[in-house]
Design a protein around this ligand. Structure first.
Ligand SMILES: [Zn+2]
Length: 481
């Protein structure tokens, strides 16, 4: 029963055996990565699991809601407590937001906020390191963790600075893509529901936005995360991205936003017929095959008059629209044939009216180009759900997605907290000799996701090393004079 020490609110939680010292100097000294680094605080870059500290899982907690095959019955909060104690990658999380220690107090000045199971919402939490953060999370067991900006002083002590002096100074450039924004163009589901058909919208969004961030803006460190339910987030973590002003963020969002206007706007995409921007040409290369193969059919956009009227409304000619509508109403043709008719009509029309040439792409973009929540991206102090949270409705973990493998990501395969606890219990039953030496996350389907995240963090730390080398070279140069 020692693992149950992680029960929220229990006095033992804060001193749980897995609350490893994340900033131990001894650990730092054993890491070759640290040798060249000249940190201005004492926090190391990498951490090693302390094998002897891995606790056993509880065997028979009291409440009965989620019954697991291993005989573990527990409710969401109990599962969550075990998740935080045994699986949540606190070391990597801290290393991520510590950014190699390039800037003093960068983690200390970061706002985190917690939503508790009683709906209490605790903003402006801040911690000196990963240990302190883990202890508080084990104590409160929040059902949601949000990450805010890095402020000019400690968020938890904001009341001690004079009015107006407490300000956000840096933050990752973030993007939030939510399936509910696709309700006007999806017919398979609505609201919070998703299915494999509408997930195609998210897949193309990841590909388009990620390509633009990499090629058009040169951002290297882009972390894509499944939100746990119906969307994806992107955290652009480059030093340059974190320093962007709200104005620059707005300019980037404007560049990426192509679909504009609400319900009352018929034509939401306006492309120039005098030459398409290379970025939009690239987006079209991604969208075109998906649109015809999947979105057109899966979303039934050409099946009945109610649906197709929204599509042909984008053809800039009354006669053509009327002709197509009358012809399709009389005969029962497939969506593929209708799409062929549209292409042929627009081709013919653009010979007389060159501005009509963009209509095909406008139809495709309006029905599949990414919808961004611009407020989340622009506001420096806007909060966004942290990676590795567990969604309380689905029980799924917000795991990182490799954008290069966006096509094969299946949200319905994202790890569920109940499955993870069961995987640990199963492993421990079958491997009693290594139950206390193998870190818990490695016994579960979280292993690959934590390793992917660790690699992402290590790449960020490489960038930090470059900054330190440059600083040292600069200092050496000064000394020579
Ligand atoms: Zn759907």
């Amino acid at each position: 029963m020692d693992g149950i020490a992680s029960q929220p609110g229990s006095p033992a939680a804060a001193s749980s055996p897995t609350t490893n010292r994340l900033d131990s100097k001894a650990e730092a000294a054993t890491d070759s990565n640290d040798i060249e680094m000249d940190f201005d605080d004492e926090t190391p870059l990498t951490f090693k699991p302390k094998e002897e500290q891995i606790p056993a899982l509880p065997s028979s907690p009291p409440k009965k809601q989620t019954e697991l095959s291993s005989g573990i019955d527990m409710d969401f909060n109990q599962l969550l407590a075990i998740f935080y104690d045994c699986i949540f990658p606190f070391r990597e999380f801290y290393r991520w937001l510590h950014y190699g220690g390039v800037q003093k107090n960068y983690f200390l000045h970061r706002e985190l906020s917690f939503t508790l199971s009683n709906d209490a919402y605790l903003r402006f939490k801040s911690f000196k390191d990963g240990d302190e953060m883990k202890a508080e999370i084990l104590k409160l067991c929040p059902i949601k963790i949000d990450i805010g900006a890095v402020y000019n002083s400690e968020p938890k002590k904001r009341a001690t600075v004079k009015d107006g002096a407490f300000k956000p100074i840096e933050r990752e450039l973030v993007f939030d893509i939510d399936m509910t924004d696709y309700d006007p163009i999806r017919s398979c589901c609505s609201g919070a529901d998703i299915c494999r058909k509408c997930w195609d919208f998210m897949t193309v969004s990841i590909k388009i936005i990620d390509r633009a961030l990499q090629d058009d803006f040169g951002f290297k460190h882009r972390l894509w995360v499944y939100s746990g339910r119906r969307g994806v987030h992107c955290w652009v973590c480059d030093d340059r991205a974190r320093k962007l002003t709200a104005e620059s963020r707005r300019a980037i969002v404007n560049y990426l936003e192509v679909v504009k206007g609400g319900e009352e706007t018929t034509r939401k995409v306006n492309l120039s017929s005098k030459g398409l921007h290379p970025s939009l040409r690239k987006a079209n290369e991604i969208l075109n095959p998906v649109f015809t193969q999947r979105i057109m059919n899966n979303q039934d956009i050409l099946t009945n008059p109610e649906k197709w009227k929204n599509v042909i409304a984008l053809i800039p000619d009354d006669d053509t629209r009327k002709r197509l509508s009358e012809s399709w109403s009389k005969s029962n043709v497939t969506p593929a044939v209708k799409w062929g008719n549209i292409l042929a009509e627009i081709k013919a029309l653009s010979k007389k009216k060159p501005s009509a040439a963009t209509a095909v792409m406008e139809i495709i973009f309006q029905h599949s180009y990414p919808r961004l929540d611009s407020n989340v991206s622009v506001g420096l102090n806007h909060l966004l759900k942290s990676p590795f949270c567990v969604h309380p409705k689905t029980g799924r973990v917000c795991i990182p997605i490799d954008p290069k493998k966006a096509d094969s990501f299946d949200p319905f395969q994202a790890p569920k907290v109940s499955d993870l606890v069961e995987q640990i219990a199963d492993f421990d039953l079958s491997n009693p000799e290594s139950a206390r030496t193998v870190p818990h996350y490695q016994k579960t389907s979280m292993k690959a996701h934590v390793e992917y995240f660790r690699k992402f963090v290590e790449e960020l730390e490489e960038e930090a090393k470059e900054v330190f080398r440059a600083r040292r070279a600069e200092e050496d140069k000064k000394l020579q004079f």
